[in-house]
Ligand binder design. Structure first.
Ligand SMILES: *Cc1c(COP(=O)(O)O)cnc(C)c1O
Length: 380
């Protein structure tokens, strides 16, 4: 195929064709591609631990729902309002359906929120190290992102949060538990953030890993906490992690009021959540046993793997999620490259100050053992 001349002058000082916010935007890092694995021709199975997916997969009920729709519904547009899924979520959370919004993954809702709310020059406050989309989407809108890092041993930095929130953010992104550390905020820490943020700032509580953390001593009921407040907020959850449906792309938000949800409906593309995802999510929601089994097994592996790594002399953040954030004591990109050669994909962290850390998802027990053995070898 002939390659045409480069026609978009992205290097032009005014950005050329592109908006200046886009020219400087960091790309989302999805992790290494298993198709590039040099060991693929060999006998080693590639183990992907870079995206916090569930090794247990979805509920059989969700798979059944997809099978049914594949044979009947593919020529039809999905329900643009996602009524069945919204209704099922509303019943479960005991909120009116009009306070729920669905997204093509919860990342889609993060994007919609930024589109609906942010003006150039706005400030957004979030965690460091943190979820890259909490930074990328605000920057796309011309906002400035102020990040708050934890203290030693991942301790919550109250003073740091108070200072950052005093800069007057329009939006605050809080992941609880946090990605990549897996560390949770307790009720007091959440209250520090809530009470220090400007009263008209939108609080976005990203609970992508909520199912793994729920029930952990001290893990707060974020939704219940926010429900009592007369200020704008939204809680985000997803079917991608504990429900094992990352490939279908479906997440949801529950908001403080209908007006916010209404704004997101106007901003989104009309058919943003596909047919199969909607039906699979309804079915997945009805199978609590599956989620409990997944969460139970993940928690026991989390304790076991963390103990093995600590025993090997590595520092590991106290995660309540389905992944571990590990200080390898050397450049993480080197460690990740060595693991990659052994057929294991992890995420080397790149934020300034955290470049010795890798994030690795918890897998099935034998795969976790393989990861621990290879990491020990690489870090020996
Ligand atoms: C995985 C993740 C999400 C979103 O995932 P979706 O697949 O888009 O639902 C959102 N926030 C955090 C912090 C995550 O780790």
């Amino acid at each position: 195929m002939p390659t045409g001349p480069a026609v978009i002058g992205v290097a032009a000082s005014d950005g050329g064709l592109l908006r200046p916010e886009v020219v400087g935007l960091p790309a989302y890092d999805p992790g290494a591609d298993p198709d590039d694995d040099p060991t693929r021709s060999g006998s080693t199975r590639v183990l992907t631990l870079s995206s916090n997916e569930s090794p247990y997969g979805p509920s059989a009920a969700a798979v059944g729902a997809v099978r049914l729709r594949v044979t009947s519904d593919l020529a039809r547009y999905p329900d643009p309002r996602g009524k069945r899924l919204t209704g099922a979520l509303a019943a479960r959370l005991d909120v009116p359906p009009r306070r729920i919004v669905l997204g093509n993954g919860s990342e889609n809702i993060l994007e919609l929120l930024c589109h609906a709310v942010l003006r150039p020059g706005d400030v957004v406050t979030t965690q460091a190290p943190g979820f890259s989309l909490h930074e990328i989407f605000p920057r796309l809108m011309g906002a400035r992102v102020v990040k708050v890092a934890p203290g030693p041993d991942f301790a919550f930095d109250s003073a740091g949060w108070r200072d950052a929130l005093a800069t007057g953010p329009r939006m605050v992104f809080i992941a609880n538990p946090c990605n990549p550390t897996g560390v949770m905020l307790d009720r007091n820490e959440l209250d520090v953030i809530i009470n220090s943020a400007p009263r008209d700032a939108l609080l976005v509580l990203d609970e992508a890993y909520h199912e793994y953390a729920r029930g952990h001593p001290g893990f707060p009921d974020g939704f219940g906490t926010l429900c009592g407040l007369a200020r704008p907020w939204i809680v985000l959850r997803t079917f991608s992690k504990a429900y094992g449906l990352a490939g279908l792309r479906v997440g949801y938000g529950v908001a403080s009021d209908e007006a916010l949800v209404d704004a997101l409906h106007r901003v989104r593309t009309p058919y943003n959540v596909n047919q199969l995802a909607q039906h699979a999510a309804v079915a997945a929601l009805s199978d609590d046993d599956h989620v409990w089994t997944v969460v139970g097994r993940t928690k026991s592996e989390r304790g076991r793997v963390r103990a093995l790594l600590v025993e090997a002399g590595l520092r590991v953040a106290p995660s309540v999620a389905n992944f571990l954030f590990i200080d390898t004591g050397r450049p993480a990109t080197t460690v990740a490259a060595a693991l990659f050669r052994a057929g294991i994909i992890v995420k080397p962290w790149r934020e300034p100050g955290w470049e010795r850390y890798i994030r690795a998802s918890l897998a099935l027990p034998p795969d976790n053992d393989r990861f621990v053995a290879e990491l020990r070898r690489v870090c020996a």
